[in-house]
Design a protein around this ligand. Structure first.
Ligand code: FES
Length: 201
C-alpha cells in the first residue's frame, strides 16, 4: 500500500523547490517540432498541428506549440503507467471528474492510447508552463517521497503526475487540460481535432 503523505510537508517542500529551482527543466530540453507546421498566424487561430512521433522512444517527450501553448506528447513506459493507479489518495481529482479533457481521454491514463500522453503544458494555477520531469527530482530524495515525478510548475511549485493530475497541497486547483487529438497514422498525431476532417468531393 502507498505510504500516506503529509500534505503540510508537501507545502514546505513546494517552497523549497520554488525558490531553489532544483528541477531546472527548460522546455528547450525537449525536441521542439517547428517545421512543416501551419504558419504562425494559422496556428494562433487554432489550426491543427501534426506531430511526427515515429522516433519517440519510451520515456521520451516532444513538444509542439498549438494556439500559442506548449503541448507535450509523452511516450509513457510500463512503469509510468503502472504508477498511475497507485496515486489516487495523493491527488485532488484522481478520476478527472472536474478536469478538461475530451471524452475519449476521460480514463485513468487520460489518453486515447495509454502509451502516448498528450497534454497542454498550461498550469491550472496561473497559467505558467509546467515542464515534464517524468522520473522525478532525482537529486532530492525528500521530494521523491511526496512527488514521484510527472509535470512540475516552477512558478509556485505545483506538481502533477504522469497523467497531468494535480497533487494535493499545491496551488494548482485542477488537472492539466488535454487537447483534442487523433492519430492520423501510427507515426503521426494531430493536435487540435478529434478526427480527420471528411474528404471533400
Ligand atoms: S502558475 Fe503553476 S504553480 Fe502557479
Amino acid at each position: 500500500m502507498a505510504e500516506p503523505v503529509n500534505t503540510d510537508r508537501r507545502r514546505l517542500l513546494i517552497g523549497a523547490v520554488g525558490v531553489t529551482g532544483v528541477f531546472g527543466v527548460a522546455a528547450a530540453a525537449y525536441p521542439f517540432i517547428s517545421s512543416w507546421q501551419p504558419s504562425a498566424r494559422a496556428k494562433a487561430l487554432g489550426a491543427p498541428v501534426t506531430i511526427n512521433i515515429a522516433a519517440l522512444e519510451p520515456g521520451g517527450t516532444v513538444m509542439v506549440l498549438w494556439r500559442g501553448r506548449p503541448v507535450y506528447v509523452v511516450r509513457r513506459t510500463p512503469e509510468l503507467l503502472a504508477r498511475l493507479a497507485k496515486l489516487a489518495d495523493e491527488l485532488v481529482d484522481p478520476q478527472s471528474l472536474a478536469s478538461r479533457q475530451p471524452e475519449y481521454a476521460h480514463n485513468l491514463a487520460r489518453a486515447r492510447d495509454p502509451e502516448y500522453f498528450v497534454v497542454e503544458g498550461v498550469c491550472t494555477h496561473l497559467s505558467c508552463a509546467p515542464a515534464p520531469q517524468l522520473s522525478g527530482p532525482s537529486r532530492r530524495p525528500e521530494i521523491v517521497a511526496v512527488w514521484p515525478g510527472g509535470f512540475f510548475c516552477a512558478c509556485h511549485g505545483s506538481m502533477y503526475d504522469a497523467a497531468g493530475r494535480v497533487f494535493k497541497g499545491v496551488p494548482a486547483p485542477a488537472n492539466l487540460p488535454i487537447p483534442q487529438y487523433y492519430f492520423k497514422t501510427p507515426a503521426e498525431l494531430v493536435v487540435g481535432l478529434d478526427e480527420a476532417p471528411p474528404r471533400s468531393a
